[in-house]
Structures are given as structure tokens and as C-alpha cells.
Design a protein around this ligand. Structure first.
Ligand SMILES: [Zn+2]
Length: 310
């Protein structure tokens, strides 16, 4: 039993242009950091495969998927919302992003690994049922959650999301479905300003962070907000939207988290999962300062491997 790392080269074909913060160098920075620290050799590395359309259709309407296929450009870029560029290889990359996640799920359910990290791009948690936004086309984690329920017949699946931005797409897709509990930690008020009101959704738990929040506020609010609802829900599987843009060096949000906080949250999840003997996996969402992203994911994966956390 071990930790798996899922990756795929097709993300290179999702070309976001020279000025965009979400680009292929992010995955390269992560892998470089893992190689430098020696963790790369400790991981079971798996090359991800392409998604099956029926998996995507559980979360997104067939019309939405067809529309994306129709508007995908033959060359150059178009923008599907004000900050989400699409190039000729973007949907192919998005299909692999989903496919690597569902493959990780299937392998975890088969008992191959304790936990798994999926190096996805494009990310997914802002993608709503019928709407691309915030660099996202298909909601990798919501699709994985629905597959876990429908194909693997799990009845209680927890989604934890600690990206600096709220996962509006995940809530849009999984809202008020009692098979899922969505626990989120994010800067508030902040982008995307929608689908965040826990009083409107019966299965949403929020840990709200004020602008400038650091380690203590992050750790305390996760413990105080998530712990009890998770205990009551007793998930059979944990899926994590792992965004690293709350780092103090990250330009895309205004939180002050450190590399160590990502090791802490991974250790917190891993301890919970081990005590209950359940599998868990994390898919990459945000994180745009290359150096901080590499170091933070390295700490996160170090704790997934069960190595001591400071
Ligand atoms: Zn984000």
C-alpha cells in the first residue's frame, strides 16, 4: 500500500498563452520539486488515461459538452469566459484531467493505494453544470464523486476544498445531494462570489477566511468548521480539491499560508482517513507561484506518504 501520483502529458496541449497564470510550467514545477526532495522515487507513478464521456455527463449536460466541442478553435485562442482561454488542445487536456481522476478513484477502490495525488490541469472546481469559468471546463472532483456514488455504490463521499477560491462549480453540481458533504475553506468575500451560502445548501460546510489570514486562522477554522460535520457524516471516501493559491507568495489571492500549512492539512486528512481505514485522493486546483506551488505540493505529498509532519 502506498501513495500514487497520476500525471499525463496531454496537459501541454492546453495552451493558455504567454500571459496567463495557469500554464504547463505549474506541473513541471511540482515534478521538479518532488524530484529534488527525493519523494518522486517514493511514489507509485501512473500515467493517466482519457475520460469516458458518460462520466462527464453525470456532472455536465450533453449540450454543454457539445457546445464546448463546437467552439474549440482550430488555432490560437478563444475565451470561454473573461479569464478562461481555450486552445485547440484544451478539451483533450480536460478529458485527460477527468480521466486521471476517475482512474485514481478506480485504483483506490480496488485497494491498490492508500491515497493518490492527481496532477491535473486544466483545474475543475469552478466549472458548473452548464458553465466554464475560472480556468475550468469540466469539474474533475464532482465527476469523480458522482462516479464513486453511481459506479462504486458509495453512499457517503466527502469533498474537501482548501483552494483560496470557493469551489462554486462543485457546489452547483453536488448541491443538496445527501450522498455528498462539501467542506470548503476559502477567502471571503472573494471570487467567485456565488454558490457559497451554506444556508442555501444542505450539504455545504464553510470555513471562511478573512483577507490576510495566516496559518493559525486556516488551521483553527478547518478544525472548528470541518471536524464535527465530517465526524457526523462518516464518509467512505474523501476527495480533495487541492488548491495552493492561498500561499503567501501566490499572486492570485490574499491569504498568508506557508508551505507547512499544506503539509499540515494533508496530515490532518490522512490521519482522519487512516483512523477510519478509508481511501482519499487529491486533485490539483489553483497555485500560481511556481516555486511556492512546487514546495507546497511537496509538503502535501510528503504527509500523504505518512512521513512525519512538523
Ligand atoms: Zn484558486
Amino acid at each position: 500500500m502506498s501513495t500514487a501520483y497520476y500525471h499525463f502529458n496531454q496537459h501541454f496541449h492546453h495552451d493558455t498563452g504567454d500571459e496567463h497564470p495557469e500554464h504547463a510550467m505549474r506541473i513541471m514545477a511540482i515534478e521538479q520539486a518532488l524530484k529534488k526532495s527525493g519523494l518522486w522515487e517514493q511514489l507509485s507513478r501512473v500515467v493517466g488515461d482519457k475520460a469516458h464521456l458518460p462520466d462527464i455527463h453525470r456532472a455536465h449536460s450533453p449540450g454543454y459538452v457539445e457546445q464546448l466541442q463546437l467552439i474549440q478553435p482550430q488555432q490560437g485562442h478563444i475565451y470561454v469566459d473573461e479569464d478562461t482561454p481555450m486552445s485547440t488542445g484544451s478539451l483533450e487536456a480536460a478529458m485527460y484531467s477527468v480521466g486521471a481522476c476517475t482512474q485514481a478513484l478506480d485504483d483506490l477502490m480496488a485497494g491498490k493505494f492508500n491515497n493518490a495525488f492527481v496532477a491535473t490541469r486544466p483545474p475543475g472546481h469552478h466549472a458548473e453544470r452548464k458553465r466554464s469559468m475560472g480556468f475550468c471546463f469540466f469539474n474533475n472532483i464532482a465527476i469523480t464523486a458522482l462516479r464513486a456514488a453511481d459506479v462504486h455504490h458509495l453512499q457517503r463521499i466527502a469533498v474537501l476544498d482548501f483552494d483560496a477560491h470557493q469551489g462554486n462549480g462543485t457546489v452547483d453540481i453536488l448541491q443538496n445531494d445527501e450522498r455528498f458533504l462539501v467542506c470548503s475553506s476559502f477567502q471571503h468575500p472573494f471570487y467567485p462570489y456565488s454558490h457559497y451560502q451554506s444556508n442555501r445548501y444542505g450539504n455545504l460546510v464553510n470555513a471562511l477566511l478573512t483577507t490576510g489570514a495566516g496559518s493559525d486562522e486556516f488551521r483553527n477554522s478547518i478544525r472548528e468548521s470541518w471536524q464535527e460535520p465530517l465526524r457526523r457524516f462518516a464518509p467512505e471516501l474523501i476527495l480533495v480539491s487541492a488548491g495552493f493559491d492561498g500561499h503567501q507568495e501566490d499572486p492570485m489571492a490574499e491569504l498568508c499560508l506557508t508551505d507547512n500549512d499544506y503539509g499540515w492539512v494533508s496530515h490532518w486528512i490522512d490521519k482522519y482517513a487512516k483512523e477510519r481505514n478509508i481511501p482519499w485522493m487529491a486533485a490539483l486546483e489553483g497555485g500560481y507561484h511556481l516555486n511556492a506551488l512546487g514546495r507546497s505540493v511537496n509538503q502535501f505529498i510528503n504527509a500523504m506518504l505518512g512521513n512525519a509532519h512538523r
